[in-house]
Write a protein that binds this ligand. Structure first.
Ligand code: AMP
Ligand code: ZN
Length: 491
């Protein structure tokens, strides 16, 4: 069997920059630097966002499994991402919810962390926030101004694409031309730009704008693209190994990140490998909060006509599709995933409790060829993280374990246990349902106690209003679920 160091040499990644599957060769042997665009924290994640973060979690886990020391940087966008009316998404949400912008950031960052932990997504090595890197962003903008690749206009700074194109080609990642940067989505066009396709590096803040910082150009806030260029290069260097995100970020976000870094550092690319996950769709259309065509993790229950699925099954469902394929979210797909997953876990349980003394010792041609199977599993994941192929290999062996365990050589039982654990738990990041249940039940226990507290308060109010019928009814309902109330005199 190949050693892990040999398996490592055969990892191929589809590089969006070249449009080819390429052997993965890191800049520094044994170390990998990876940057993934994190969420803009103005809303709860939808299932599509989860798909992207689960996919990169798999990449992170597999690189570590291969023995690489991985520095995984995934940012939090907490300023600068604009809505179609040019208002900052977080600022707008703070107005709508009547909260401080930083309360919005805190609320949705906590929700993001909580959800990813439920989905068993490992935290990154560094999670920088855009607002924590304003000085570095101003520095990079100044560097671009010095090189005449950016210009200031009325307190805002724009990237000068005409000047950039004199030295470097624009569109190397998306193959788009600069005129496609004139965003039809935006309802307002900025007249002060030299060219309509020039994008913002720094935006002048209006007097009522709370999220603004002093800069050489007056009070303002950074543009979304500059944030990622700055945070990635600060922690990973001017050029690093892998840059990732959803395919919807390829243009203009990643193309602009790339242009900024090429311009500032005179490098060929920001990252050697660019990876893009494809979209999770609902009814055939991209899941997206802004169009309303989206579901959150708590919506699965009602969407699936009151059938609940554990977050673990959702993770398995996601990994059953290759990260570069479009994937439609359906109840049927989840049911199928649940069945397959249950069978795989059943086979692991059989292996764990199996008494191999009853098995034959001798080598025989009819035996299940374990080394060949392990090789096949590694080949599938090495082929641009082909999780559906890996899962089909796992499924095949789980069938043998469940129905023909005698086909397995005695001395191979432990080996099979070891590799099933590697593939299912360490790399795919799945969990046995009992572990999952403890996590989700602690979540629902928490919700239940909040609900009970609210009901008790509600009953107190009913009593104060002398609404004895309602207060009695609540007391009886609570006593049915074991909550006994002892009333004291009110007045
Ligand atoms: P956002 O907070 O909108 O920047 O999105 C966070 C991440 O989720 C980005 O990498 C997006 O590309 C990704 N994403 C957004 N919608 C979907 C979707 N429907 N399917 C998969 N990934 C998505
Ligand atoms: Zn980004």
């Amino acid at each position: 069997m190949d050693k892990i160091s040999d398996i490592k040499k055969n990892l191929k990644i589809y590089n969006s920059l070249t449009g080819k599957k390429e052997l993965f060769i890191p800049i520094n042997k044994d170390y990998v630097g990876i940057y993934v665009c994190g969420p803009t924290v103005y809303n709860h994640l939808h299932l599509g966002n989860c798909r992207t973060f689960i996919s990169f979690d798999l990449v992170f886990r597999y690189l570590k499994h291969l023995g690489y020391k991985v520095r995984y940087v995934r940012n939090i966008t907490d300023v600068g991402h604009l809505e179609s009316d040019l208002e900052d998404k977080i600022f707008k949400k703070s107005r709508l919810e009547g909260l401080e912008p930083m309360e919005i950031v805190q609320k949705y960052t906590l929700s993001f962390h909580n959800l990813l932990s439920i989905l068993n997504v490992q935290p990154p090595s560094i999670e920088p926030r855009a607002t924590g890197h304003i000085i570095e962003q101003i520095d990079m903008i100044q560097k671009l101004i010095k090189k005449k690749l950016a210009y200031e206009m009325n307190g805002s700074v724009y990237f000068n694409l005409k000047e950039y194109e004199k030295f470097y080609p624009y569109g190397i990642l998306s193959k788009n031309k600069t005129n496609q940067l004139v965003n039809k989505k935006f309802k307002i066009t900025i007249v002060e730009k030299k060219n309509p396709q020039d994008f913002s590096l720094w935006k002048k803040a209006s007097s009522n704008h709370i999220m603004s910082w002093n800069s050489p150009w007056g009070k303002g806030f950074p543009g979304w693209h500059i944030e990622c260029t700055v945070m990635s290069t600060k922690y990973l260097g001017e050029t690093f190994d892998i840059h990732g995100g959803g395919i919807d970020l390829k243009f203009p976000h990643h193309e602009c990140e790339l242009a900024q870094s090429i311009g500032a550092y005179n490098r060929k690319s920001l990252a050697h490998y660019w990876m893009h996950t494809n979209m999770l769709t609902l009814n055939g259309k991209k899941m997206s909060k802004s169009t309303g065509n989206s579901l959150g993790i708590n919506d699965i229950y009602s969407f699936c006509e009151k059938k609940s699925f554990s977050p673990n099954i959702f993770r398995f469902f996601i990994l059953k599709s290759h990260y570069r394929s479009v994937m439609n979210f359906t109840k049927k797909g989840l049911i199928h995933a649940e069945k397959e997953y249950t069978k795989i876990i059943e086979s692991i349980n059989i292996l764990e409790n199996f008494n191999s003394k009853t098995l034959k010792e001798k080598n025989n041609d009819n035996f299940f060829k374990i080394f060949f199977w392990i090789k096949k599993c590694y080949e599938s994941i090495n082929d641009d993280f082909n999780t559906p192929l890996l899962i089909s290999n796992l499924f095949k062996v789980s069938h043998i374990i469940r129905h023909n365990i005698n086909e397995i050589e005695k001395c191979h039982i432990n080996l099979l246990k070891k590799y099933m654990t590697h593939f299912v738990f360490d790399i795919l990041g799945l969990k046995k349902e009992e572990e999952q249940k403890t996590k989700s039940s602690s979540l629902s226990d928490n919700r239940l106690s909040i609900l009970i507290e609210r009901l008790i308060k509600f009953r107190m109010e009913a009593r104060k209003q002398k609404n004895w019928i309602l207060s009695d009814r609540i007391r009886k309902e609570l006593s049915h679920i074991g909550v006994k109330l002892h009333d004291e005199k009110l007045f």
